[in-house]
Write a protein that binds this ligand. Sequence first.
Ligand code: AMP
Length: 399
Amino acid sequence: MAKLFIENLPDLAGKLVSVRVDYNVPLKDGKVEDDRRIQASLPTVRFLQKQGARVVLMSHLGRPKGAVKDELRLAPVAARLGELLGAPIQSATDCVGPDSTAKVSTLKDGDVLLLENVRFHPEEEKNDADFAKTLAHGADYFVNDAFGTAHRAHASTEGITRFVQKSACGYIIRDELKYLGEVLANPERPYVAISGGAKISGKIDLIDSVLPTVDHLLIGGGMTYTFLKAQGHEIGKSLLEEDKVDVAKTTLEHGAGKLELPVDSLVATEIDFGARTVGELSTVTSEQMPADGIGLDIGPATIEHFRKIILNAKTVVWNGPMGVFEIDATSKGTFAIADALVEATKKGATTIVGGGDSAAAVEKAGLADQVSHVSTGGGATLEYLQGKVLPGVAALDEA
Ligand code: AMP
C-alpha cells in the first residue's frame, strides 16, 4: 500500500516537523569528505522550508555505541548543509535535553535545526519509547527520508511515529519504494537480475526470492566458484564456501533455464587484498580452471554474454560486483556491467542498482545519473528486495 508522502501533509506552515535524514557521511580533518547524502536530502528540506514548516533534522553518524564521541559530532554536516542551503542552519549540542528543547522552541517558520547524533544515546537503538517521545520535541509531523536505516526499528525511525499526528515519507524513500517496490513487483519483461559480491551466504536469500519472478539471473563475483564447484568443476584456490555447496546445488536446480554462471574468469595465482596487488592474470574457461588459480573477475566471453542479455531486458536490477573491483586489473567486469546498464537505460529499460558496492562502482564510473535508480541503502535495499518489511517504512501512515 502507498505511504503518505510529504507533499500530502496538510497545512505545513508553522508546523513543527521532525525529519529523520541519513547524514552518515565520511568525515576527514573535521570536514565532510563526500556530501552526496546531504545533497540527496535537499529536496525534502527545501520543500518543508518553502511551505513554512519549522524543520528539526536528526541523523546518526558512525557507531558511537550509545556514548558521546566528539569525532562523531554532526557539526561538519551542519556547516555543509548550511552552505548547500545558502544560509547557515542552527544546530544543537544534543538530540534531547535543555539545549535542543530551547532551540526547538524558538524556531521560526522556515528555520532548520540539526540535532546532535542520535546514537550518542543507547535508547536510540533500543527504540526506547520515552526517548522517542522526548526526541519528537512535540512535533506535529514526522518525515522519514533515511532509507539506509529504514530496516532498523530505532527510536528515530520507528518509535517516534507514535508521538506525532502524522508520519510521511520524504523524496528519497518515495523513490526507493517506487523503484524497489512498485517497479519490481510488476516488472516489464524481460526482467533480469544480476547478483555478485563475495559470498553466497550474503546473497542466497536475495537470489532465492528473486529467482521465481525473473527471466534471467546472472551470477558473478566470488560466489561464482561455489556454484561451479557444485557443478563438479575444478575451482583452484578461488573463494569457496564449502558449507554452501549443497545450497548452490539446490539453487542451480530451481534456477534451471534462468540462472547464468560465468563461462570464463580472469585468474591469477596470487592476490594481496591489503596491498591491492594481483599476480599475472589470464583468461580461462569455467571448465579449465588451473589447480592453483584464483578466479577474480568475470572474463571477456562472460561480459559479452551478460551484455547481450542486459541489452535485451526491459527491467534490470543489479546487486554486487562481478569481481574484485577495488583492484583496477580485476574491475573490468563490474564496470562493463555498469556500462551495459547505462546502454539498456538508453534503450528504454528501467535499470536499478541496489546499494552497496555496485552503487559505489556506478558512482565511481560517473554513471549514477545514467541509470534509472541507484538505491541509497545497503542492508535496507537487500531486505526490501527480499520482500521483508522495513519497520521505518511500515510505521509511516498510509496515503
Ligand atoms: P559483497 O559485500 O558480498 O557484495 O561483496 C563485495 C566484495 O566482493 C568486494 O569487496 C569484492 O572485492 C569481493 N569480490 C568480488 N569478486 C570476488 C572474487 N572473485 N573473489 C574474492 N572476492 C570477490
